[in-house]
Structure formats: C-alpha cells, structure tokens
Design a protein around this ligand. Structure first.
Ligand code: COI
Length: 358
C-alpha cells in the first residue's frame, strides 16, 4: 500500500444529514483532497484538508477564461466495505479534458490513491439507502492571477464528496420529459464537446431553463452542423431501443464519452443485446416511433444512473415512449448496473475497486 498523505484535521466534525433528505450534491463531507500545481514545482502538496472555503485571486484565470474541468464518480458501501466504481476511467478522462484546455496532466495513480485515502477517512459518510451513494467530484481549475489570455502557470485540483440520492429527485426510474433543442447547440466539430469542461455546462443552461419553463426535465442536443443528428442530453448520454436493438450516437468528438455509457454498452452486450453506435437522426427516431419500432429511450450518466425517457418534444411533434413507462430492457439494464454497483450482484469485470483501510 502507498504512503499516507498529509492530513490536516478539523476541530469538530459536522453533523450528518438525514438520509431521507439527501437530494443530489447538497451536502458535503468533513474533508476534501487538495493538490497544487505551479510551473516550477509541477504537482505538489497532495493533502487531505477540512472541507471549506478556499482563497483565490480575483484575477484567477479559471474564473475569467474558463480553464476548468471536472469529473463525477461514486462510492458505495456494502458488507461494511466501501467501493469506488471504475475510478481509473475518470482519471483517464480528466487527463483528456486537461489536455484539451492546455492544462497540465495529473498522475492518475497518485490522484486515485489520494482519493482512496480521502474516502477511507470519510467512510462513515457513504450512505447505504436504496439508490444512494457518495458522489465524488474531482475538478481542476486555473489559479494564476493574470489577465493575459494564455494558459495559467498555476492550478488547483480538489476532490469534494457529497452523500447523494437520486439526481432527478423521487424514484430513480421515473420517466423524464425531454425537449429536443433546435435553436442552440452544445458543441461543434473541433470544439470541446468530448471534454468534461465547465464551460460546456454553462453553455447549456439557457436552453435548459427554457425547456424547464415549458415543463421539460432536460434538453436533448442535436449536432452543431446540421442540427439533425442526436448527440446527448444535459447530464446524460442517450440510448434508443429500435426493433429490440440498442442504438446510441457514436462518439464523434462532440459527445461526452460517458463512463456509464461505456459500462452500459459492455453490460448490454454481455446480456446478449445487440448494440449499435452510429449516427442517429431525430427524423429516424420520429419515423421509428410512428411505425411502432421505437420502444424505449433512456439516458445514462454517473449522476443520473440509467434514466428512462417518457416523452420527447421536437418542434410541434411530441412523442410518448412506451406509454410513459419504464421499458423492459431499461429496467433489466438498470437492475444489473445498480446491482453490480451496490454489491448485490457479482462483478466479473472487476469494476468495483475496494477502498483499503490505510
Ligand atoms: C455526472 O453524471 O457525474 C455529471 O457530471 C453530470 C452532471 C451532474 C453535471
């Protein structure tokens, strides 16, 4: 096992929230992981510190020019042990996002080890209720206080932890209503769509607010060139069941390569479903629906898990999927995916990574 990192203890621990009130991302644990970078020392001073406000230059580049990337993963507790779900995938992806914004790479093993030490300290914060987990948010932002537009010479990586329930509130398998966005676009070819950068989420908020005002839960983005092909939903990748086959938009540079997306594809194939990754046009979906061939739609994401879609609105057309009920394939994938995560089912792929006791 690796060496223990520096630990700055807080004076008093917080009171833990009522597990029935968790919601998503509202409560934070006692500690966070902190790692600093500057151009002379590289990454240094990895430590666990009390969760709390940080001091930052008003001129910090991350605030002005948006050098800021993040990740999301989860920890689960079962039989007294705490597991992380496919954590290496997140640190591989954060390096791709960092590279795209010309930010320095992190050592994936070092940061993962720091995260395990943090979660070990916070194991009492991992909730055990149905659909609950400890949501983990690693992020890196530019801290140098200088207004010239160039890559920052200093950065901070933090990992904060939030005991959470379902992302959409209520039961996780409540079908959502989705607005197909035909005015704004999320990403364009050659842009930052595949990277998990803060600005992608900022750019999505206006369309999301417009959709919410009309009673929809999320926006489904179309491609940025022809506004014809389906890309992804606000906080999820998207899957369709057409003629019994799973179809999902192929990774084309403007879609986020979701880790839940990848897991669901692998799981579906292991369960014997055919999966196609290809271009999917919105016209194809409406036609398939009219012919009775579009039987299920669901989104996938770390926070959202597997979330059925009950309605899609595109222009004047509104379609209801599977009577606004969770479909059989969606339910089967959900049961297997959450069963493996929560430790109720075997994990032949070794996706669960046990947090050691340091
Ligand atoms: C996640 O699923 O972890 C996300 O990052 C989506 C969202 C909460 C921003």
């Amino acid at each position: 096992m690796s060496e223990k990192i520096k630990f700055v203890q807080r004076e008093t621990l917080k009171e833990k929230p009522d597990p029935s009130e968790l919601g998503f991302g509202k409560y934070f644990t006692d500690y966070m992981l902190s790692f600093d970078y500057d151009i002379d020392q590289g990454w240094h001073d990895l430590k666990i510190v009390p969760y709390g406000p940080i001091e930052i230059s008003p001129a910090a580049q991350g605030i002005h020019y948006g050098q800021s990337v993040f990740e999301g993963l989860k920890a689960y507790k079962h039989n007294g042990e705490v597991d992380l779900f496919r954590p290496s995938e997140n640190f591989k992806r954060i390096n791709k996002s960092l590279a795209r914004l010309d930010m320095p790479q992190v050592d994936e093993e070092v940061v993962l080890d720091g995260l395990k030490q943090l979660v070990d300290v916070e194991r009492d914060w991992v909730p055990e209720g149905e659909g609950q987990s400890l949501y983990i948010r690693p992020y890196v932002f530019a801290t140098e206080g200088i207004l010239g537009v160039r890559p920052s010479y200093s950065y901070k990586l933090l990992i904060i932890l939030s005991p959470s329930g379902s992302y959409y509130g209520g039961a996780s398998l409540n079908p959502t209503k989705i607005y197909v966005e035909d005015q704004y676009v999320r990403a364009v070819r050659g842009g930052v769509g595949y990277a998990k950068v803060a600005g992608n989420y900022a750019a999505s908020l206006l369309a999301q607010s417009n959709a919410s005002a009309q009673g929809y839960d999320q926006v489904l983005w179309l491609d940025g060139v022809e506004q014809k092909y389906v890309e992804e939903v606000g906080s999820m990748n998207i899957f369709f069941v057409e003629n019994g086959k799973l179809v999902t938009p192929e990774l084309n540079g403007s879609i986020l390569p979701g880790i839940t997306r990848k897991t669901v594809i692998e799981l579906a194939q292991n369960l014997g479903y055919e999966v196609e990754e290809r271009k999917v046009s919105i016209d194809e979906l409406i036609e398939a629906h009219n012919k009775g061939e579009l039987t299920e739609v669901f989104g996938t994401g770390t926070a959202a898990v597997i979330s059925p879609v009950g309605q899609l609105k595109y222009g004047e057309t509104e379609i209801v999927i599977n009577n606004n009920e969770t479909g059989e394939i969606t339910q089967n994938l959900y049961d297997h995916y959450t069963g493996i995560q929560s430790g109720k089912l075997d994990d032949p792929q070794g996706w669960r990574v046990v947090v050691p006791r340091y």
